[in-house]
Design a protein around this ligand. Structure first.
Ligand SMILES: [Zn+2]
Length: 257
């Protein structure tokens, strides 16, 4: 059995972008370690409960069968606005010297004798600056250690199709649709398509563990509201299958290990 280390940007990304795959790997007997770069906290010292999202990640990890969660110690850099000042005692991920988190991740890969590292695609998924940072950190850590790397993504055409519908329904705006044309990865470049149908329920329970996001004013709550208004057939391609690219490979596969 192998060891898989999955680098994510924020608590909840592990459930949204790879939850079914991580559950499937764990169910097959592999050891799955989730490394999260940031604590997902935007505010500074007025945060009522600064460790809340990391605790929610622990609960989500239990649902996914993940054996261990580690935090690299950075704060959330936020999306689509000016970068806030650093909160006390933590640096926002994009302000860090890029070698620092890569070396920290490389140390985890060596310590766990990892067989596979999961990072994010070059677009950083939907382009959040912390997701682009995760792409670079994982590539660098793979170079430093020689551990095999795959990158989580979504077929770009599916994202554009979804945004076309939600823009017509006025659930999202035209600029989201324009942006989606550079998000994720063209379907033709995807190397791994993982059937996660038996693990959709576990993935939903894991997402539900991120209570402050599900019930909060943020991105995930908005995404959930939008998804609930769409027909099942439209969202099925991203719910039932999870997608990865292996840099430098064109071999198609339905399994990561
Ligand atoms: Zn994220």
């Amino acid at each position: 059995m192998g060891t898989v280390v999955a680098l994510n940007a924020h608590p909840d990304d592990e459930s949204i972008f790879m939850g079914g795959t991580l559950t499937k790997l764990a169910a097959a007997g592999h050891r799955v370690v989730v490394v999260v770069a940031t604590d997902g906290m935007m505010r500074g010292d007025d945060e009522p409960d600064p460790t809340q999202r990391l605790r929610e990640l622990d609960a989500a990890a239990t649902e996914l069968g993940v054996s261990e969660v580690r935090w690299l110690g950075y704060a959330d850099s936020g999306h689509g606005r000016d970068l806030y000042p650093d909160p006390p005692g933590r640096v926002r991920l994009v302000r860090a010297d890029p070698d620092e988190p890569a070396e920290a991740l490389a140390a985890v890969l060596r310590e766990t004798a990892a067989d596979l590292l999961i990072g994010y695609d070059p677009a950083g998924g939907y382009g959040h600056r912390d997701h682009i940072a995760v792409h670079r950190i994982a590539r660098r850590a793979a170079e430093l250690t020689g551990v095999r790397l795959v990158e989580a993504t979504v077929p770009r055409e599916v994202a554009v199709r979804l945004l076309t519908v939600t823009t017509r329904l006025r659930l999202t705006r035209g600029h989201d649709l324009e942006a989606a044309r550079t998000w994720f990865t063209p379907a033709a470049d995807i190397t791994h398509r993982i059937d996660v149908r038996p693990f959709v329920a576990a993935k939903q329970r894991a997402l539900g563990a991120h209570r402050s996001e599900i019930n909060g004013p943020g991105r995930v709550a908005r995404l959930m509201r939008i998804l609930r208004r769409l027909p099942a057939w439209l969202i099925a391609p991203v719910v039932r299958t999870e997608h990865f690219i292996e840099p430098g490979s064109t071999t198609q596969s339905d399994r990561l290990l």
